[in-house]
Design a protein around this ligand. Sequence first.
Ligand code: ANZ
Ligand code: ZN
Length: 825
Amino acid sequence: MTYNHKKIERKWQKYWQKKGIYKTKDLSKKPKFYCLDMFPYPSGYGLHVGHFKGYVVTDVFSRVKRMEGFNVLHPMGWDAFGLPAENYALKTGIHPAITTKKNILKIKKQMEKAGFSYDWSREINTTDSKYYKWTQWIFLKLFEKGLAYEAVLPINWCPSCKTGLANEEVVNGKCDRCGAEVTKKDLKQWVLKITAYADRLLKDLDEIDWPEKIKEMQRNWIGRSEGWAIKFNTTSKTKKQIGVFTTRIDTLFGCTYLVLSPEHNLIEELKEEIENFEEVKNYIEKAKSKTEKERISEQKEKTGVEIKGIKAINPINEKEIPIFVADYVLVYYGTGAIMAVPAHDQRDFDFAKKFNLPIIKVIEPLNKETKKDQEISSIENITKLEIEKAYEAEGVLINSGNFNKILSKTAREKIGEYLAQKGLAKKSVCYKLRDWIFSRQRYWGEPIPIVHCPKCGVVPLSEKELPLKLPKIKKYQPSGTGDSPLATIEKWVNTKCPKCKGKAKRETNTMPQWAGSCWYYLRYIDSKNQKVFVSSKKESYWMPVDLYVGGAEHAVLHLLYARFWHKFLYDLKLVSTKEPFLKLRNVGLVLSFDGQKMSKSKGNVISPDEIIKKYGADTLRVYEMFMGPFEQAIFWSNEGIKGVFRFLNKVWTFILEYIKESKNKNVKSSFRAIKEVHKLNKKVDEDVRSMKFNTAISAFMEFLNFALQNKKEVGRDTIERFLVLFAPFSPHLTEELWHKMGYKSSIHSQKWPKYDANLIKDEKKIFIIQVNGKLRDKVEIKSGISKEEAEKLAFSREKIKKWMEGKKIRKTIFVPERLINLILE
Ligand code: ANZ
Ligand code: ZN
C-alpha cells in the first residue's frame, strides 16, 4: 500500500518508451502545437533543479495539449559547442567531443528520470557534423547575399579566454563568460550584417507575445533614434564638410563647438591643415587604449584636444565655432561626430566647463512663463549665466532668432526643414545595434567554410564540400595572438582553392557559440533530412514555435540572433513565418536554500538526482510547479518538498482505499462531489492556459481535502476526472493509479476533460453584508450577483434595516462574490 515511487517511476518510464507514446507524427490532420525548451549546454556538472523548472513547465503544457488533441512537437537536444568543453580539454587533453558525449548521456539520463515527454527520436547535437553542415550552409547563404563579410575591426578581446567577443557578450566592460576586463584588439573578423535587419527586428516585436521586459531590452539594444543629419561647412581650404547626427536639432542655436571621435576619417584627411597635428595624434593614440565603457561614462572627467587651424560654421547663424577631438564621441554611432550643445547635454556641459567654452541656453522649461525681458541676446551675458547642469528636457526656444517661443518639438521640424531647403540637413535614423562579430579564435566551434586564395581572394566552399569537419588536434591552447588553434594544423589549413584549384589556405577562425542555436528549432522538425535543412512542407506545418520557455539571460543574445537568421531565411523563402517564436515565457530562477543563485563555487547547488531518489520525480515536478508563480525567482525549501511528498502520498492512499472498498465497482458521486470536481476542472484548465501552475496545484490540494472529508460522496467518475487532470503534473503516480482502476491504456492518451459550466455557475455562495465594516448578516446567494443586486438584497434584510434606521449611506464597497459593506454617514 505504500507509495513506492522508485518502482512506479521506473516501470512507467520503460512502458512509455516501449510504446513510443511521445513520438510525434511529422505531418498530421490534427492541429499542431510546437512546445520548445531552450536546449542546454551539456555541462559536466549536469543540470540542477533550476534548469528543470522550465522543462517541467513545457512538459506539463505539452501533455495537456496532447490530451486536447493537438499533434505536439516537444523535442530536446544539445547546444554543445562552447568554451567549457574546450577549457576542459586544455587541462586534461581529452577531446571536447568525448567530454561532450559523456555529459550528454549524463544529462539525458537526468531528463529521462524526470519523466519528460520528449520525442527523443528527434534529438539534435550542434557539434554533430550532420547538424553543423547546415549551420555552415546557412553561413554560405549569408555570404552569398553579402550579409557575411570580413573587416578589420577593433574588436572586444578577452585576454583570459584569448578570443574576440561580440558586443552582446560584453557586460559592463567584462567578458560575459569569465568576468575578465575586456580590451580592444584590431583583428580581421567575420562579421554578419545584422544591422540590415534592425528595422524589422524592431518592428516585428509588436507582433509577438513575449514578456514586455525582454522586448524592451531588445528595443533598447537595437536603439532606434530619429533625428537629423546636419552638414557643417568648415573653413578648410578643401571646403570639407562635417556631418553630425542629432536628435535635438531644436538646440542648434546653442551649438558652440563640434566634436569628432578620435577614429574619425576627417582628421587624417585634414592633416595638412591642422596646426597642432602632433598633439591631436598623441591624444588619439591614448584614446585607443580605453574601453568604450570608460569613454562614454558620465562620471569620467572629459578629455579632448582642439583641432587648431580649422573652424566649423554653425549653419543656423553662420557663426564660426571650434572643432575638437574627444573620446566621449564614438566612431560607430551616427556619423562619428557631434554638434555640442553644452546648455542642454550634460556631457557637452562638462566638456565646455573644462575647456571654458560658451554655454548658451536655448531651451526654457515650459512651466515657467517665458517673458520677453528674460530673453538675453548677447553671448557675453549668457556665458556668465551660472547654470549648474544641462537642461536636457523639452521646452520653449529662446535665444534662437526667428524660432523663439516655439516648442522644441515643433522647432525640430521647422529648423530641420529650413536647413533642408538649403541642402544642409536631412531626416535621419540611427541604430545603436552594430554588426555581429562572428569569428572566434578558438577550437571548439563550427569551422567557417571559407578558403583564402592568393589569386581569387575569399572563396566560399561549395555546398557539396560541406560539412567542413573540425579536424582532430593535439594542442588546444589558443595562441593568444589572435590565431585560432586550427592555424597550427598545416595539413588542414593548406588546401586547394575551390575556384582556381591553386594553393590556398582555409579560414581558421570558428563560429561563435551562438551559431548553432540560431536555427536549431527548425532542425527538430526534420532532424534526419540529409537533402535539405528542413523540408518546406514540414516547416510550414510546424512553424512558428507556439510556446518557447527559457531563461531571460538570452534577451539580446540568442533571442536576437535567432530572430535575425530566421528573417534572413524568410527572405530566401526557406521558412514561412516572419518570426520564429510566437510566445515566449521566461522561467524565474530557483534560488538555493540560502536565497542565493545556485553555483558550484558557493556549493549550494541542488541536484534533481538526489530529490528524485528520495521523493520521486513526481514530487519534484509538482513541487517545482507549486513553489510559486513560475516566472518569479523563488528559493528552494525542503519543507516544501516534504509537503508535496505528503500530498502525493495522500492521493495514493485515498485512491487505493477507494479501489479496495468499492471493489472497483462504479460508485456514483454525490452532486456536491461532482460540482467540486468540475470546479477543479475549470480552475486547472484556466490556470494551465494562463500558466499559473502554482494555483492549479493548490486547487488539487483543496479538492483532496474535500474528498478526504467526504469519502462516501466521491465516486469513480470523480476520481477519474481528478486523475486525468493531474496526469500532466504527476505522470507516473497517475498512470499507476489509472491502471489500478482497471484501465489498460495509458492515462496520457486520455482526452483532456471538459467541465460543465452550468454545474459551476449555479454554485451557491455565502455572501457577507457589513455595515461600517462590521459583519451584520450572511446570505446564501447565486454567484454572479451585481453591485446593484447586492445593495437591494442588503436593504431588504431585516437585520440590516435595523442598523440603517434614520441614517444615510455615504458609500458602498462591493467585493464580487464575497461581500458588500455599507458605509453610513
Ligand atoms: C546635439 C544635442 C543637443 C544632442 C542636446 C543631445 C542633446 P540617442 O538618443 O542615443 O540617439 N551623439 C550622436 N552621435 C554620437 C556619437 N557618435 N557619440 C556620442 N554621442 C553622439 O542620442 C543622440 C544624441 O547623441 C545626438 O543628439 C548627439 O548629441 C549624441 F541638447 O546632438 B545630440
Ligand atoms: Zn583561387
